[in-house]
Design a protein. Structure first.
Length: 420
């Protein structure tokens, strides 16, 4: 198959690795990619926000499938012109992508679909935000309405900090002040062709920068799967969320004339009162994708093409291998506030030589023969094993081989689950 993957992060590298592992003969291009992706796909100089350029490349090269990785080009509407030209695209159109692009839109769809979620107040000014904070009470949850690269949310008992966070985003648009929900969080992905949905397997990520869930929110510092502690077991949990969340949301979007074709990411919390939706994303999650796809027991290309082509109904339930995957993220010094970039990475060959370990690049580039960090989250070390203890040990052994001046990572990814 000829596949074009748009994006340059660890999520896109994980997708490319899954495609490459299923069939070495796939023709895979990536735009713009990164240094790691360049080892597994051909990098092309195509602007992923330029639908005309993406379409021309796809048509000129007889591409069978375009996979849009990041949220920003989806929200900008890159998928719509490609579909209009008959190019199969895995990724929702502009209007359906507002499920991630606007928290208010997502709440509206959840209300229409009867999806369980927390209370929320839409605030356009500091005064409205302050009133909402007082109404809902502490702990305070404030979210930017639009895209914020995973850093638009604050959860705090400090009212002044909550208000300051809101004021940081208010010049660009409204914020949502939400009811605080307590319980473990779960990420669950669904493939959708606009009508049929197929669930993947639940994972859990770790958003805070430092051990013990301390420090600011980040784009994600690690993840693991499966989650054997889920109420009703993994299969029961997936069935419940499919029935009460994914299918109603996809149906509501279709009824609104915006079929959701791509990856529906449900960010969930397991509260004492039941499962609630925290948010939706319109693409594969990062870093959860890095642990979900290595366990996939079906060809990823076939599933993505079925979603893009409207034939997902013909696909059986998605199967996963009976193993555990853990990923740990290496971040640049200063991440997430002010990451220092341009520093050299070494030890990657030694890390990749650890049994059950592979590396997924997030923000790397080759400069004068040196591999350097180009962003905040630099790479993932993924450990796969027969049980959680083995997978964790392998991931951390791999991480111990890598050197990045000032680099930091969490040492407690999945540790509580391992202890339990």
């Amino acid at each position: 198959m000829k596949i074009l993957v748009l994006g340059s992060g660890a999520r896109e590298h994980a997708i490319v690795l899954a495609l490459r592992s299923e069939d070495a003969d796939h023709d895979i291009w990536a735009a713009p990619g990164n240094a790691g992706i360049g080892q597994d796909a051909t990098l092309v100089d195509v602007d992923m926000f330029d639908a005309a350029a993406v379409s021309s490349f796809a048509l000129d090269n007889n591409v069978d499938l375009v996979v849009v990785g990041p949220e920003a080009p989806l929200v900008a509407g890159v998928a719509d012109p490609l579909r209009e030209r008959g190019i199969p695209v895995f990724g929702p159109g502009m209007h359906a992508a507002q499920l991630e692009g606007s928290k208010a839109f997502a709440k509206k769809i959840m209300d229409q679909a009867g999806v369980p979620t927390g209370r929320a107040v839409y605030a356009r000014t500091s005064a409205e935000t302050a009133a909402a904070l007082d109404d809902l009470g502490a702990p305070y949850v404030v979210k930017a309405d639009g895209l914020a690269s995973g850093k638009g949310v604050i959860v705090t008992s400090d009212r002044d900090a909550a208000l300051a966070h809101a004021e940081q985003f208010l010049p660009a648009g409204p914020v949502l002040v939400e009811e605080f929900l307590t319980g473990p969080e779960v990420s669950l992905f669904f493939l959708s062709d606009g009508d049929t949905v197929r669930a993947l397997t639940p994972a859990q990520d770790f958003k805070r920068a430092f051990d013990g869930d301390a420090g600011p929110n980040t784009g994600g510092m690690g993840a693991y799967t499966p989650l054997p502690w889920l109420p009703g077991g993994v299969d029961g949990f997936v069935d419940e969320v499919t029935r009460t969340v994914a299918e109603p949301v996809v149906k509501a979007l279709d009824e609104n004339g915006s079929p959701f074709i791509g990856l529906l990411y449900a960010g969930l919390i397991v509260t004492p009162a039941g499962v609630r939706v925290i948010e939706f994303n319109a693409r594969f999650g990062d870093p959860e994708t890095q642990v979900v796809l290595p366990r996939l027991a079906a060809p990823l290309s076939r599933l993505l093409l079925a979603a893009a082509s409207g034939t997902l109904e013909d696909e059986p339930a998605v199967a996963f291998r009976d193993e555990v995957a853990v990923t740990v993220v290496l971040a640049s010094e200063g991440y997430p506030e002010a990451p220092i970039t341009g520093r050299e990475l070494t030890g990657l060959d030694e890390a990749a030589a650890v049994e059950g370990v592979h590396l997924v690049h997030a923000a790397t580039a080759l400069e004068d023969g040196r591999l350097v960090a180009t962003g905040g989250r630099v790479l993932n070390v993924v450990g796969v094993g027969p049980d959680l203890a083995t997978a964790r040990a392998r991931a951390y052994e791999g991480m111990s081989k890598i050197r990045l001046e000032g680099g930091h990572f969490r040492g407690d990814i999945a540790s509580a689950a391992d202890a339990g």
